[in-house]
Ligand binder design. Structure first.
Ligand code: PLP
Length: 360
């Protein structure tokens, strides 16, 4: 139903394979009458607000936040060259990941297909929602084989999760293979672009209007340096965004976060400088790691981290912990035998790491 195999070969003629949302969204969500909050019912200028049982004291914190974050979305829309109606904001990317599963997947009935290895949160959310999760191996060089991925799809597959640049493999997924997936799969394809600012390849955002069932996710947690504020972005068609808005908690993004992120967006040039610095450091760190005798392999990176293969990842991890340096063990993930994931830090932090490694 969702996957037409011959479309793989004729994809340029079949770019409208997308299945109608009315056939994809769970019945209970289609029928849902969403919570209508006071801040939704009245919009405009007024001087006396007696509608939301708020305390009149302690301004401005006494007021409920804007449930649809219009000011913030206006700024994001300008930066991303899309319409505000194509944006949903969540408590990190974790929120839209969970909501997408809840909107589309009937527990114990539908399934999700995803690349393997990848970000573990897709599987955790699928498990919590009791939705079958089907991991499909990337190639040995971490590239995507669209045909293998699509072979795992059946009539019950509602969502495919792709991550590009992928965590923890650090590579961008090949554009043509991703396009194959988008053209051949009628359900919802999510592309998680948490690391897109560090990539030399373009975002899939420009393709939103061509693929009505595409969801692109980005975040303020990485390039923008705002992991602590918990703000993630989902970009999609107006229809998908309105389902996300209906299902989310009405006031998911609090006023402090909305104002702070909005203020940070005024300093895009600062974010760009950080990215530039981290890309330079990524190159330097990779070069220096190459000189460490026991480092077997440093995988190419389009992100702010390096996946590094060593003979004894557990032992190395423990030694680094003893020196107060924490990296991430990824050696138990598919295709990642012997691998540690190392985030690119400041020049000083990276030097501390390298000096420790030299002494081992
Ligand atoms: C870090 C990361 C995120 C960010 O998640 P937030 O909840 O927005 O902090 C999303 N996806 C991937 C693949 C990541 O590695």
């Amino acid at each position: 139903m969702f996957y037409v195999r011959f479309a793989l070969h004729l994809y340029t003629k079949f770019s409208n394979m997308a299945i109608e949302l009315s056939q994809l969204v769970r019945d209970n969500i289609q029928k849902l009458k969403p919570y209508s909050c006071a801040r939704n019912e009245f919009k405009g200028e007024a001087s006396v607000f007696l509608d939301a049982n708020e305390n009149p004291m302690n301004a401005p914190y006494n007021r409920y936040p804007d449930p649809l974050q219009e000011e913030l979305k206006g700024k994001i829309a300008k930066i991303k060259h899309i319409r505000p109606s194509q944006i949903m904001l969540g408590v990190g990317s974790d929120e839209p990941i969970d909501l997408i599963i809840r909107i589309f997947c009937e527990p114990k009935e539908n399934n999700i297909v995803a690349i393997d290895p990848t970000y573990n949160m897709y599987k955790v959310c699928a498990d919590i929602n009791n939705v079958e999760y089907r991991p499909v191996l990337l190639n040995d060089d971490f590239s995507l084989d669209a045909e293998r991925l699509l072979a795992a799809v059946d009539e019950q597959t509602k969502v495919i999760f792709l991550c590009s640049p992928n965590n923890p493999t650090a590579n961008v997924l090949n554009h043509n293979e991703v396009r194959n997936v988008l053209n051949s799969f009628g359900g919802i394809t999510v592309i998680d672009e948490a690391y897109i600012d560090f990539s030399s390849q373009p975002s899939w955002l420009t393709e939103l209007d061509n693929f009505p069932n595409l969801v692109v996710m980005q975040t303020f947690s990485k390039a923008w340096g705002l992991a602590s504020v918990r703000c993630g972005m989902a970009f999609a068609s107006e229809k998908i965004i309105s389902y996300l808005n209906n299902v989310k908690y009405p006031y998911n993004i609090n006023t402090l976060t909305q104002r702070f992120v909005s203020e940070q967006l005024d300093h895009e040039e600062r974010k760009n400088k950080w990215v530039e610095m981290l890309l330079e450091q990524r190159g330097i760190l990779a070069e220096k790691l190459q000189t460490i005798p026991f480092v077997e392999k440093i995988y190419p990176s389009d992100a702010n981290f390096l996946l590094v293969k060593v003979p004894d990842p557990e032992g190395l991890y423990n030694k680094l912990v003893n020196d107060g340096i924490i990296v991430r063990k990824r050696n138990n993930l598919s295709l990642c035998l012997g691998c540690l994931r190392i985030t690119v830090g400041t020049e000083e932090e990276n030097n501390i790491l390298i000096n420790e490694l030299k002494q081992l």
